[in-house]
Design a protein around this ligand. Structure first.
Ligand code: NAD
Length: 294
């Protein structure tokens, strides 16, 4: 029997998507249609599913979406050309290159070809520096989605001990910075961390972004803690599971995100938010002009 409150990322993301749709319609009335370009290279089945979901969500929200699909043998130069073309296209306000890229391609160089104001994944060096130094910029969608979910459930971060398990550039590191910016005390754990269990037990807010099915056991959770499970893994029996033992943790935590239906949908919602914000800025509109109530 689950006792923790379920942090419903699906419902929250739906609410955000409705807000984006209404703001995008206002933007369009002023002659500016927000545009998102998604670049997908190769045949990775999970990436195809993610791109389809992003494409659908963006279209539903009234954004103009184009998906550039390139074969697995695409050269670095060809990919850079595609990104540079999108960079110069005034109808495109956000560019997302779906990761991971096939191993012969240099993802870092491709990401740097995206102009920072169109970098809706928040991964360019310029946006990373903005995050670390507290300047405005586009923030990575998954960690931004984690913070947004907490905000909408009125779970404050100030003074809390946030333990982030995982230090990737996509999730763990930016999340740690966002939590710091919200005045949390932050511990970052990773593959070489000693006594992971003890660190987890000290978390008021525990975030798992590792990619190992149910690595975090229920009894590693401090009673009353909030658990955000970013992981999306296929268990041996075929179930989709997170990095946290959901059943065990939900008996001890005060609130927890499910997998699926937690951080995944929030990631897509934040991609729409970033694209809309990027478009609004380019078209000289403010959030207030768009009735964007945040
Ligand atoms: P990654 O492989 O880039 O990073 C994994 C991190 O986990 C590394 O920093 C590593 O040090 C750490 N780690 C590995 N083994 C560990 C261990 N035994 N103990 C502690 N730390 C360990 O992965 P990522 O891109 O950050 O993604 C992590 C997970 O989140 C994956 O399951 C991925 O599918 C999922 N993900 C979900 C979303 C979403 O929208 N919900 C978005 C991005 C990633």
């Amino acid at each position: 029997m689950s006792e923790a409150r379920i942090l419903d990322g699906k419902a929250t993301a739906l609410a955000i998507r409705t807000e984006v749709r209404s703001a995008a319609a206002k933007l369009e009335e002023s002659g500016c249609r927000a545009g998102l370009a998604v670049v997908l290279v190769g045949e990775d089945p999970a990436s195809h599913v993610y791109v389809r979901n992003k494409d659908r969500a963006a279209s539903d929200a009234g954004l103009a979406v184009q998906t550039v699909r390139l074969g697995a043998a695409t050269t670095q130069e060809r990919l850079l050309q595609e990104v540079r073309t999108l960079a110069e296209d005034d109808a495109v306000h956000g560019i997302l290159v779906q990761l991971p890229l096939p191993s012969h391609l240099d993802a870092a160089e491709v990401i740097e070809a995206i102009p920072p104001h169109k970098d809706v994944d928040g991964l360019t060096q310029s946006n990373v520096a903005a995050l670390v130094t507290g300047r405005p910029g586009l923030r990575p969608c998954t960690p931004a989605g984690c913070i947004e979910l907490l905000t909408r459930y009125e779970i404050g971060l100030e003074g809390k001990h946030v333990v982030v398990v995982g230090r990737s550039m996509l999730v763990g590191k930016p999340l740690a910075h966002l939590a710091l910016a919200a005045n949390a005390t932050v511990t970052i754990c990773h593959s070489r961390t000693q006594e992971l269990e003890q660190h987890c037990r000290r978390a008021d807010i525990l975030v798992a972004a590792v990619g190992i099915p149910e690595l975090i056991r229920g009894d590693w959770v401090q009673p009353g803690a909030v658990v955000l499970d970013v992981g999306i893994n296929r268990a041996e029996d075929g179930r989709l599971v997170g990095d946290v033992d959901f059943e065990g943790a939900s008996r001890i935590a005060s609130a927890i995100t499910p997998v699926p239906g937690g951080i995944g949908p929030m990631t897509i919602a934040m991609l729409l938010v970033n694209t809309l914000q990027s478009a609004a800025l380019r078209c000289g509109m403010t959030a207030k002009d768009l009735g964007w109530g945040r």
